[in-house]
Write a protein that binds this ligand. Structure first.
Ligand code: PMP
Length: 302
């Protein structure tokens, strides 16, 4: 595979950092996660909300004092070029990263060490299940004031990994993390939506969750295209147990209905009608079947 590293494209095996790198030793860096979807006739590949992902990476990078080095527009071109150089025509994932590539000892953030990396890999479904059995994690979501959870800082994913590990050790598919104050934050790498009384709810980013691109997109799709009611508000743990429907969303997870939380069945344990409606509309949008949402897609091969 071809990867973008520092300031050019190269073979994967030449894109490497030292074992002494601060990026490796302290997790100093930030990243993004982008999906490409093959069009129905296979003639094109659509990148979902590329400009939003480029903007979010720039915000993460600025917050960490590790500038992206290229404009957001140039990053968008690099992503398209990367997919063309790798001859990608099937569903895929793209990971852009800005890392602190310095071999010095202390965990110091310095602008001059910022290094851009962009790689790609094939990715079809992330979790192969119709609906997930999830738990509320004993690990609290990292506060935005400790390690910025509104962004995607590399080292911060220890929090996600611990929650995910605990969930799988206890026989669950995924975890929901609460904030330090005990409100619902998000999944280990997904946002949460709740359906109650025909209305959609989701906690705001101030509940220590990522400023999510799929979440924001779904709010627009649900309210503008499907005429659903949505309200952003904090959600308490016990509301989860009696919700009519719950689902996760994210770039990797896409739309993933939840069957149970802490062994309490949600609805009848199957994807509910509103989750299913949103899931199916989202699938149409990302494959370019919805003309009014084509501006959210960047064609790679057209
Ligand atoms: N929360 C976390 C912690 C994540 O890592 C992700 C994946 N990027 C999400 C939520 C979903 O966000 P997005 O829709 O922007 O991919």
């Amino acid at each position: 595979m071809i990867t973008y590293f520092r300031d050019g494209f190269m073979d994967d095996k030449d894109a490497s950092v030292s074992v002494r790198s601060r990026a490796l030793n302290y997790g100093l860096g930030c990243f993004g996660g982008i999906r490409g979807y093959a069009s129905d006739d296979g003639s094109d590949l659509f990148i979902f909300r590329l400009s939003k992902h480029a903007e979010r990476l720039a915000i993460s990078a600025k917050t960490l004092c590790l500038p992206m080095r290229v404009s957001s527009a140039r990053l968008e071109d690099i992503v398209c070029e990367l997919l063309r150089k790798n001859d990608v025509h099937a569903d895929c994932y793209v990971r852009p990263m800005v890392i602190s590539d310095s071999d010095e000892l202390s965990p110091v953030l310095r602008e001059e060490d910022a290094t851009l990396v962009v790689y790609t890999l094939p990715l079809a479904r992330y979790i192969d299940k119709e609906a997930l059995d999830v738990c509320v994690s004993s690990w609290r979501r990292t506060s935005d004031n400790a390690i910025p959870s509104r962004l995607k800082p590399t080292g911060g994913y220890i929090n996600s990994a611990l929650a995910r590990r605990e969930a799988s050790d206890n026989g669950y598919d995924e975890a929901i993390l609460l904030t330090e104050r005990g409100q619902v934050s998000e999944g280990s790498a997904e946002h949460l939506f709740m359906v109650q009384g025909g209305e959609l709810f989701s906690p705001p980013s101030t509940e220590d969750n990522l400023d999510g691109i799929t979440r924001r997109s779904l709010i627009e799709l649900a309210t503008e295209d499907l005429g659903l009611k949505f309200r952003e508000r904090p959600i308490g743990r016990t509301e989860l147990y009696t919700a009519d429907e719950l689902f996760f969303c994210g770039t990797g997870a896409e739309i993933m209905p939840i069957a149970s939380v802490d062994r309490r069945t949600i609805g009848d344990g199957k994807p509910g009608p509103i989750s299913s409606q949103i899931k199916s509309h989202f699938a149409d949008v990302v494959r370019g079947r919805v003309a009014s949402r084509r501006s959210w897609l960047t064609p790679v091969w057209a």
